[in-house]
Design a protein around this ligand. Structure first.
Ligand SMILES: Nc1ncnc2c1ncn2[C@@H]1O[C@H](COP(=O)(O)OP(=O)(O)OP(=O)(O)O)[C@@H](O)[C@H]1O
Length: 260
């Protein structure tokens, strides 16, 4: 297999990807790459193909033409080193398993021996602030806690790439901000590449190294925004920076135009 020099630095590569459902073009000639360890957010009007692009990166949807590579390999289905966090944590978690049991499932799937599981479960639950809730069932937890649990379960896969589809969209503003910060510290600790779909302009700027703005009908790249804001980011200080406010205006104008 030949691996180009450029692709050694990329975790995700879309090369001229197109997809139609019936005779409706949903994605057209989409090309971009996400560097290793980078956080790239995707934003765009409803129906522009954000979720479809994320599902393609997860090997859940195949393009009609063009190719998707993950970690320099052509994708032909889901991979263990690529984890997906969905918005709908209620459906993603198993209600008959406790927090411990839900995380354990991912370890069982990767063949971690029973003796090592407990230690890893507790370490993952601690990472997302749920150590004292290990024996609770998902229905006994708040939305924010359930989403933390889904993130812990995703981390159990030790993913190189984390795909997040509006993971905090259903949460209240305070919980959302605290999970954004947890996600940033996990990404910096693990070095994972993050591909993050959101409707929220400020969330995209706050989290991203770059923001890809998609245009609809069919889904294609409108503009890529570099986000040169310093890290670590802070909910108060970062959001008050003149550069943050400038980017917010630019992204707002982009979305407003894209929706017309
Ligand atoms: N399985 C499918 N069959 C037919 N059409 C589909 C299917 N999945 C998605 N679509 C259509 O493809 C387009 C893109 O959908 P997608 O969910 O990727 O958009 P999105 O940008 O994530 O939207 P939203 O912001 O509303 O979540 C939409 O018009 C949607 O109706």
């Amino acid at each position: 297999m030949t691996i180009s020099l450029a692709s050694q630095f990329h975790s995700i590569e879309f090369e001229h990807v197109s997809l139609s459902y019936g005779n409706r073009a949903v994605i057209s000639d989409l090309s971009f790459s996400v560097n290793k360890g980078e956080i790239v957010c995707v934003i765009g009007p409803s129906g522009c193909g954000k979720t479809t692009a994320l599902r393609m990166a997860g090997g859940l949807v195949r393009p009609d033409s063009g190719g998707v590579k993950v970690l320099s390999q052509k994708l032909d289905g889901p991979r263990r080193d690529v984890a997906i966090v969905f918005q709908d944590y209620g459906k993603a978690l198993l209600p008959w398993r406790t927090a411990r049991g839900n995380v354990s499932l991912a370890l069982e799937a990767t063949g971690v021996p029973v003796r090592q599981r407990e230690e890893q479960i507790m370490s993952l639950l601690s990472k997302v602030g749920l150590a004292s809730h290990a024996d609770r069932y998902p229905t006994e937890m708040s939305g924010g806690m359930q989403q933390r649990l889904q993130i812990a379960r995703c981390l159990a896969q030790k993913p190189d790439v984390i795909l997040m589809d509006e993971p905090f969209g259903a949460l209240d503003a305070m919980t959302r901000q605290s999970l954004q910060d947890e996600m940033l510290s996990i990404a910096s600790e693990t070095g994972a590449t993050v591909f993050f779909v959101t409707h929220d302009i400020e969330e995209a700027i706050y989290l991203g190294d770059r923001v890809i703005g998609l245009l609809p009908n069919p889904g294609r790249i409108g503009r890529v925004f570099d986000i040169p804001l310093p890290r670590p980011r802070s909910q108060l200080a970062t959001r008050e920076l003149p550069e943050f406010l400038k980017l917010r205006r630019e992204l707002f104008a982009f979305i407003e135009k894209a929706e017309r």
